[in-house]
Design a protein around this ligand. Sequence first.
Ligand SMILES: [Zn+2]
Length: 499
Amino acid sequence: MQIMAKASIFRRTAALAGVVIGSLAAVVTVRAVTLTSRQPSAVAPTIPALTSDGELRAQRLGQAIRFQTVSRDGQPPATAEFEKLHEFLRQSYPKVAASLPRETVGGLSLLYKWQGADPQARPILLLAHQDVVPVDPATESRWHKPPFGGELADGFVWGRGSLDDKCSMMAIFEAIELLLARGHQPQRTVYLAFGHDEEAVASGGASQIAELLRTRGVQLELTLDEGLTVLKGMMPGVKRPVALIGVSEKGFINVELEAAGEGGHSSMPPRQTLIGRLGRALVRLEAQQMAAELRPPTSDMFDFLAPEMSWPLKPIIANRWLFGPILRWQLQQANSTRALLQTTQAPTMLSGSPKSNVLPQAARATINFRIRPGDTTEQVVRHVRAAVSDAEIKVTAQPGSGTEPSPVSDVHSALFATFSKTVVSLFPDALVAPGLMIGASDGRHFVPVSDSVYRFVPMVLEPEDLPRLHGTNERIRISDYLQMIRFYAQLVQNLDGQR
Ligand SMILES: [Zn+2]
């Protein structure tokens, strides 16, 4: 009898479990198949393809690369090279020079203003940087073309800055010159700004431009800076290229740990040395990472891409209420995706005594944090103190190093829709999604004077291109560069209509 009752309870439980699993599967499937696309419909661009004079435009980018506007940490800027570049820009773009008043800010940064006809329309700003990172002399022989030669070969423009970021700067100039030649008169004012020290540790040119605009009472609707791009073959579950529009960038802070003591001769060391104590603190810190969470703009990115994804990723992303923990775990397995979910911590510098037989009087470690939207510099310092949990270790934020994560620009606005539409009109194969930029750029300085800041370079990058950024054999496909010019021109025109 008891066995019979047990069997019947088991049958009923199994049946109930079956119903629950069946319903869950149904909900999961229905949610996945009923996702509606967030993709804008492509409209044919009104700016024609730049075929006849494409070579000439590419040559001008090559010429700009030849000016060695290199930023080196702790060294003054290469003023003469910047000044030659400025003169080259003036001569190469006579219509810009004639119609857009230019100001020099912070020594070598440039600000142009294209006055709009409608004083009510809010201005926009296109931002890029003139400077480039150095070329490591030890790697120079690996370049197929000289890094500062600006040569055109095999359908590419070669050299430092062809991807980061002289391509953006030159494409913006080409676009405005093109619009002026077409007789375009903007309704809203268009500012162009080009910092000279984005790649330096203490960048200042762009922040001074932003401050200047603030004192003049300028409030921009959009600042567009370098940042994310159209990525090909890099997004799992998506076959088409993905244009990621950076709507926020991570903050950063350097935190220093210090163990201080007597020092002395290394022949009579204490059982626990300062370096040992510091090491223990670092091990504890590494064991306690800050929380990983899927929140905007990374969650927005998945919302935009999920409807276009293939199975089995699509139902997983569409049902984050159920699969959230699995997805989070999966994304944490690769460093590149983990960085999207959490504030990362990287010990980068260590110091002890200056000599092998001297005990240090202080042992120090510097940890570089990249802060995701939602966390703050203050939380980071609190987290370090709690994780280290040692009163003998001094924890301090490096003075002047802290920058909060940028606010997340609205991805449901008319502005974002117009921007996305422009992207797909020039890149019809691509899907559009908002994204988080994990690096830092000048765009963050414009947060106080701009309702939205987007970080996007209109170019296609494949996995094999990534090591070329700040690396060897930097180059841009000429056809891609011409498409960039077209994008900026089309964008200025479309945003004028969108007001
Ligand atoms: Zn850059």
